[in-house]
Design a protein around this ligand. Structure first.
Ligand code: HMG
Ligand code: MG
Length: 300
């Protein structure tokens, strides 16, 4: 049996949060319904954050409530504080994600507090999550470069990552937020983290601004990482990281993993249909090389 790699689909959240077009709740729901047909087992459907800060994610709790639940698919919502957690809990969400960064300046721009203060807010979320049997995933942004501070020390990344585990996260996703990293620098980050933590509980989250996401994922695979975040049709970016483009596309990640002999559980045709549908809704060119080659070969 081939080794399994877990893919966390973040397109409905990380993707749409940075798209200029504000989608209706119905369009966001249709995206998730399409993704549910692809074999994806983990889908981040939105964020319970301030709609003044990120209007694209408004009413994510309502979106969650409208989705059909499936025993095979774990939905999650981003919750930066107890207010967000309570919104997620009220609609029956069983997995949330807290997010901080290895950079003080980014944390301030993103969630309006210091790294230490972010952990104070997460302590409330953790306690409430434990009491309500909700799983908590963690994110660390700016693992290589910060748009405000430049290069980030890998030891600082390892420190913040470990702190999230010590607090109770079951998995921590390391975010290469602005997509400037190359594999040599990614290796240093994993080296620092793996000195203290098992690879099974870590995830890679690579943005593709400079086209390096697949190379960085290949490097991560060499170091034993087996969980990756991805966005259908390479959607999005981060509203607090100017110029940063979307995540690695789920389609390109699928191609890399399946060609390398990993199992992903994804169904190719449904994945391609989901990617085509959202690209049409947003009226945008799909940056995924694999998706474009797939559709070209079907037309030939
Ligand atoms: P704040 O202004 O410091 O919060 O914002 P506050 O507690 O002072 O409250 C101010 C107002 O926000 C109040 O409303 C609160 O009720 C409301 P008002 O009285 O003015 O009408 N509020 C909320 N509303 C909805 N949901 C909440 C919530 N909390 C307070 N949870 C806050 C703090 C975190 C809310 C704000 O900074 C925020 O919403 N930031 C958005 C952060 C965000 O979504 N960033 C993008 C996701 S992270 C990311 O993309 C990186 C990642 O992909 C990894 C990577 O690539 O690196 C994960
Ligand atoms: Mg991101």
């Amino acid at each position: 049996m081939n080794e399994f790699v877990k893919i966390v689909e973040v397109g409905p959240r990380d993707g749409l949060q940075n798209e200029k077009i504000l989608l209706t709740l119905n369009d966001r729901k249709n995206l998730v319904l399409d993704l549910m047909k692809t074999g994806l087992q983990h889908i981040e459907v939105g964020s319970c954050v301030s709609a003044k800060w990120v209007p694209q994610m408004a009413n994510s709790d309502e979106l969650f409530a409208q989705l059909p639940q499936s025993p095979d698919i774990q939905f999650s919502l981003l919750t930066p504080n107890i207010k967000g957690f309570e919104s997620a809990l009220a609609v029956g969400c069983k997995e949330v994600a807290v997010f901080t960064a290895a950079s003080e300046s980014f944390t301030r721009k993103n969630i309006n507090c210091s790294i230490d203060e972010s952990f104070e807010k997460f302590a409330d979320v953790m306690a409430a999550a434990k009491a309500n049997d909700v799983k908590v995933r963690g994110y660390v942004s700016c693992i290589v470069d910060c748009p405000y501070e430049g290069a980030i020390d890998s030891q600082q990344v390892a420190y913040v990552t470990k702190r999230l585990f010590d607090m109770g996260c079951y998995e921590v996703s390391l975010g290469e937020t602005i997509g400037t990293a190359t594999p040599d620098r990614v290796k240093k980050v994993w080296d620092a983290c793996l000195a203290e933590l098992d690879p099974q509980i870590l995830a890679g989250h690579f943005h593709n601004t400079y086209g390096m996401a697949i190379a960085n994922i290949y490097q991560s695979l060499q170091q034993g990482i087996r969980v990756f975040d991805a966005s259908i049709a390479g959607l999005g970016g981060c509203p607090y990281a100017k110029g940063a483009s979307g995540n690695v596309s789920t389609e390109d990640l699928y191609y890399l993993l399946s060609r390398m002999g990993f199992e992903t559980g994804l169904h190719l045709d449904a994945l391609m249909q989901a990617s085509r549908n959202i690209s049409q809704v947003l009226n945008r060119q799909n940056p995924s090389n694999y998706a474009n080659a797939y559709w070209q070969s079907r037309c030939a």
